[in-house]
Design a protein around this ligand. Sequence first.
Ligand code: DC
Length: 209
Amino acid sequence: MIIAIDGTLASGKGTIARRIAGWYGLPHMDTGRLYRATGVAAMQAGADFEDASALAAIARALDLNDFEETELRTAQAGQAASKVAAVPAVRAALLDLQRAFANQTGGAVLDGRDIGTVVCPQADVKLWIDASVDERARRRWAELQAAGDTITLEAMTEQLKVRDTRDRNRADAPMVQAADAVLIDTTELSIDAAVEKARAAVEAARSQR
Ligand code: DC
C-alpha cells in the first residue's frame, strides 16, 4: 500500500505521515528533507542558486547522513529548499530515489508536495493536509522559537507566504491538491484528531480497493 501525504508547510503533514506509517508498520520518507538537504549543501558549497546543473549535481551526490536534523530545520534551510525545489533538474535528480522508496515491497508512506500528483500518481491513498496561513505560521514560529531562533511571528508569516507562493506557482510539479486526494484541514484540530481523520481516510480507501 502506497500512502501519499501532501500538503502545505506546517500543516501537520509530517507528523501525520510518521504516525500513519507507525500505525500500518510501513517505512516513511519525508521528501522535504531531500530538498532541504540539497538547499543546505548548495549553501555550504557556495553554489549559484541560478545554476540548475550545479544544483542538480549536488542533488545527485546527496548523502542524507551528512546532515544534522537541526541544520535542516532552520528557516534558512527551508528558504533554500523552496528555491532548489523550483529547479526542474533538481526535481528530476530526486525522482528515482523517491519512486524506488515508494515501490518497495509492502509499500510506504511518503510526505511532500507532489507525491500524489507526480511521484506516485498511482498511490492507493492520497491525503492533502492544509491549515490557515496564520495557524501554520504560528506553529512553525513556535517550533523555531523552541529551537532558539529569534525570528518574529510577523517575519515568519511573511516567509511562509513567500514559500507558499513559490511552491504553488513553480512550473514543474507545483504544490497542488491531487484531484483524488482527501482534504484534511487541521486548523482547528489537535494532532490526535488530525491523525484519526487521516486513519479513517486510509481505511475508507482500503475498503474500496
Ligand atoms: O515540507 P518541507 O518544509 O520540509 O519542504 C521543504 C521544501 O521542499 C518546500 O519549500 C517544498 C519543497 N518540497 C517539494 O517541492 N516537493 C516535495 N515532495 C517536498 C518538499
